[in-house]
Design a protein around this ligand. Sequence first.
Ligand code: SF4
Length: 610
Amino acid sequence: MSNLLSVRNLSVQIGAGRPVDDVSFEIKPGETFALLGESGCGKSMTALAVMRLLPPAARLIGGKVEYAAADGAARQLMALTEAEMRRMRGGGIGMIFQEPGTSLNPVMSIGRQIEEVLDLHLGLRGEPARRRARELLDAVGIPDAGRCLDEYPFQLSGGMKQRAMIAMTLAGEPELLIADEPTTALDVTIQSQVLDRLKQLQRERNMGMLLITHDLGVVERMADHVGVMYAGQLVEVAPREQFFSSPAHPYSKKLFAALPERAGRGQRLSTIPGRVPPLDTQHVGCRFAPRCSEAFADCAAIAPGWHAQPAGQQVRCHLYDPARMDMRQAENTAPPATAAHETPPPASPLLEVRDLKVHFPIRKGLLQRTVGHVPAVDGISFSLQAGRTLALVGESGCGKTTAGKAILQLVQPTAGSVQLGGVELTGLAGSELQPLRAQAQMVFQDPFASLNPRMRIGAIIAEGMRALGQREGVPERIAELLEQVGLRADMATRYPHEFSGGQRQRIAIARALAVSPKLLICDEPTSALDVSVQAQIVNLLHDLQQTLGLAYLFITHNMAVVDYLADDVAVMYKGRIVEMGNAEQVLGHPQHAYTQTLLAAAFTRMRGAA
Ligand code: SF4
């Protein structure tokens, strides 16, 4: 079968650096090629270069992109005029982006936006276009497609917006789909449904797909071939089975090692030290050398070439160069193991939640009269002991975040009891809650949104201490906390925007620890982070629990992290806990149909799972 897309030696320059450097791959009709790597490795820049949508600072300096449509005509995309290229985008080649909110027009109805594409690429207008738009919304699994046609983007949930975006992209009947992190912003079950739908549509239309992701689970589910990118270069290209059975490049192995898995419960996750170099870095030698645990003398000085492996893998690494193998024995890259943690539970629970309810009023009319209630949390009960982790899992909207806030009295419970250290919290107000704030803290999903951008880090960390009246030794405590979470004491004078996502989450954890709490409620603390950064934060939380004896209520939809970190699991569905128990038992032998669905959807690679 001939190639639908052939990318040859593609190179992009920004300043003195090459964020895309000599990248080559091909995609056949009906096949998916996944570009995998951390943020900033050049994956999206590669897709933008293929589509000729590079940002102004970037310049294409070499390479060919050939697109061979089903009509038999082969086109060199780099040689097309801008008008021809515009017809290609959204026509033969469709694109889906991570954040549908930025791609949908907020002031046009969904139907109108799809009809516009149908008009532009297929010349379809009026009633036939509306009928086709409805069929497309049906095809991507939007439940009430007729109503959705007249809705605006703000009326749709994240999952629905992403489906509408896919419908709009499919309206141009693309033969090639470029999907850049298409499901990263979605819940695991919605993610699963959207990926299933994409796969089905791909089969029906024999569509080729360039899939950009940092998620190994998505790659395993979708890809036929995998290309791992690091610092602008492909470093490994392999058929999916080969890649997952024996990843070859040290960077690929590190990506796998950073994944939480049940077999490693209680051990530190392997992390990738350091960070992806900035896009404008000029490189000498192997780009991964500063982070590679297998590097040897030649690595820093000589750039590695490609080496073919018998099973069809291509690897850009000196370890696969027979001429250099005698210079170094490959090291065992197994992640350092530490003793498994077994914290014997004390007799009385730190946190005891009984029949907790939060019902939000539905108000209507001019006078905003209450006409009913939404039961966001509908009678949940559990207990949590010091030094233990309880994971509260479920999709968005199931009530788990509201439950976390209600426990901390950040939203008022409608009914039920919350006891922390034997003290009843419901009904307390204002200054009565001060002692609670010292015992229980919350860490949020988006560390950037939760840190005041106008305050220095030191002041942010000190806020809680000062609120509790602590005046003595504050600078020393800030320095100690920053070091405890793996940052330097001198960083206290910087502002949040000067830090990466992972560092900001460390700062948020330091702020929470400032008042020496016994309980941390962590609301999706790793979901906005790359897998390697996620591993660092999960390790940090694990270490802090070991040294400080903290209890964690871990609110998440990431089953891999649950599998790794949790002692006990409570599964929430529509405001209620539908299953609860020991993590081994709930994850290994789920009893409730919803838990089974949730686990089936949690395709994130869980090596070692039963
Ligand atoms: Fe590591 Fe050297 Fe291979 Fe680069 S070439 S990945 S530094 S072993």
